[in-house]
Ligand binder design. Structure first.
Ligand code: FAD
Length: 497
């Protein structure tokens, strides 16, 4: 097992403006926004001789999203996305911040949801846009197969806590009954059926009804957060001092500040011609691994060699096609039967077998399934072909699964473009990092809005931060998850008080 060695600098030292106690709160106003003057000018990027997108005083008169506009740049080649990313001009908002500002958050995973939740605590209204057809949550995915009553968490499995402020949030979720401590045995399974349990402390948490319902309930008690789902924001346009968001030509609203709470190819395309070259450049530095998930249900419990306890989750070591196996029936259903397991591949296997995730060829799906089931057999030390056939199975590729590098900073914010980024990858690769990042960005934005936007230079953060490699399990970082007898290494990030 790879040991978690990444250590994250303390938030207070890297990020002095955020996460400080409030001096005063922005109060929600019921009257229309009073914008004293609205303008949107451009700050030319002198490095770029070939700016092919004109932004300037004319732009304030140009109406965005007209039907006559050129076709959206979405879907263009990687080369053209790269070219656009590095040649676009920086947008520079100079309009005063209205008294009742609105933030548009693009992405409703843990980071985006926590950003919205904490903005509300600071008195700021927001709208969360998310592509999810079945619910919010992004990589907090749960699949329910109705007739057979099967349930699978098919990305995030459980989480741990190392940060006190995240711990306080987790205590609240425990009180509301949204999550509970996972008491099942989890450990490390080495080829041939050698199992080493992890100590039960620090605690591990799972969502009571699965990760997706948990994500959906995170904003259930809010009154200042609007949710638009399913909605795929395909264009960001600065116009008249505000960001205009749209989905394939359909206007989705205007916002004073935008938050990019997603990553990968989608974010790179969206940012390629947005007027945010620095934000776009940082996003392009991010590398993500690919992981296959195999969801499989068995009539009987998996045959484990004698001497191995009936574990509910295991990080698998020494098998190319499997890095994790988790029993969802025992974790999420009291009955425990039928036996629904989520298996994840290693990142190396994911890379070798990568295909377009929206269009997986049947032959690839079958080959991946067979390899992963063979991997389970090898891990458990079972004779060849002795693993029972699952009565239900499905493979899924997480093409942009987990970050392999990070700037190690809670969030990125461009005060000239009035845009920020949050997400797990800014700090690490787990739900805790995503939550902390979302909260950090919301506090930074609230501080910026509170300042009236008059001193933008004080609020630029993370725009040039170098990235470092991230070492962790193939499916993320878990504080304290080490076999008995080995040292527990806990990531070091702390909120300032
Ligand atoms: C296979 C796998 C297993 C994992 N296991 C664990 C685990 O056990 N424990 C753990 O702590 N972490 C785990 N993780 C990591 C964890 O899931 C992530 O760290 C966390 O969910 C990231 O949250 P996020 O908000 O940063 O991003 P995401 O969850 O990716 O959210 C981004 C959201 O934005 C949406 N979006 C994208 N583009 C647009 C657009 N243009 N318009 C609107 N919406 C858009 C996406 O659909 C998505 O819903 C796992 C991840 C994977 C892939």
């Amino acid at each position: 097992m790879t040991t978690l060695v990444h250590s994250i600098p303390s938030i207070s030292s890297t990020f002095p403006n955020s996460l400080q106690p409030l001096k005063f709160q922005l109060k929600p106003s019921t009257s229309p926004a009073k914008t004293l003057f609205i303008s949107c000018s451009s700050k030319p990027n002198n490095n770029n001789k070939n700016n092919h997108r004109k932004r300037g005083s004319n732009e304030t008169h140009k109406k965005p999203l007209s039907k006559n506009r050129k076709k959206s740049s979405y879907g263009t080649s990687r080369r053209s996305v790269l070219k656009k990313t590095f040649t676009q001009e920086q947008v520079n908002f100079t309009a005063q911040i209205p008294t009742d500002p609105r933030v548009g958050i693009i992405g409703g995973g843990m980071a985006g949801l926590l950003c919205a939740l904490s903005l509300e605590k600071r008195g700021v209204k927001s709208t969360v846009f998310d592509t999810g057809k079945h619910g919010l949550g992004g990589r907090m995915g749960t699949r329910v197969i109705e007739p057979q009553q099967l349930i699978f968490d098919h990305a995030a499995q459980f989480f741990t806590v190392s940060d006190p402020q995240f711990g306080a949030l987790v205590d609240g979720w425990l009180e509301r009954g949204l999550i509970r401590e996972w008491q099942g045995i989890i450990g490390e399974l080495e080829v041939g059926g050698k199992f080493a349990p992890f100590p039960s402390s620090p605690p591990r948490y799972v969502a009571v009804n699965g990760m997706r319902p948990f994500a959906d309930s995170l904003l259930s008690q809010t009154s200042m957060v609007n949710i638009e789902r399913p909605c795929w924001i395909s264009k960001l346009e600065p116009f008249n001092g505000m960001w205009h968001l749209s989905e394939n030509g359909k206007p989705c609203g205007q916002f004073d500040v935008i938050v990019i709470a997603h990553n990968g190819k989608c974010a790179n395309r969206l940012l390629a011609s947005s007027g945010l070259p620095q934000i776009a450049r940082q996003m392009k530095r991010l590398d993500l691994n690919s992981i296959w998930a195999l969801l499989a249900a068995f009539e009987e419990p998996l045959p484990v060699p004698s001497g191995i306890p009936a574990f509910e989750g295991a990080f698998v070591k020494g098998v190319d096609s499997v890095s994790w196996m988790g029993n969802n029936s025992t974790k999420l259903l009291s009955s425990g039967s039928p036996h629904s397991w989520t298996f994840f591949s290693t990142a190396a296997f994911g890379k070798r077998n990568k295909v377009p995730q929206e269009n997986i060829p049947n032959a690839t799906a079958e080959r991946v399934k067979i390899s992963m089931l063979e991997g389970v057999e090898t891990a458990l030390g079972l004779p060849k072909d002795s693993l029972p056939r699952p009565f239900y199975s499905r493979v899924q590729l997480w093409g942009a699964a987990l970050p392999t590098n990070t700037p190690g900073i809670p969030c990125i914010f461009d005060p000239y473009g009035r845009a920020g980024i949050c997400g797990d990858w800014l700090l690490g690769s787990n739900l805790e990092s995503a939550a902390i990042s979302g909260m950090a960005l919301s506090n930074h934005i609230a501080d910026y809005l509170q300042s009236g936007g008059a001193r933008p230079e004080e609020f630029a953060v993370g725009l040039d931060k170098e990235f470092l490699p991230l070492e962790c399990h193939d499916i993320g970082q878990f504080a304290g998850v080490e076999p008995v007898g080995k040292a527990n290494i806990v990531p070091e990030y702390q909120f300032s008080s």
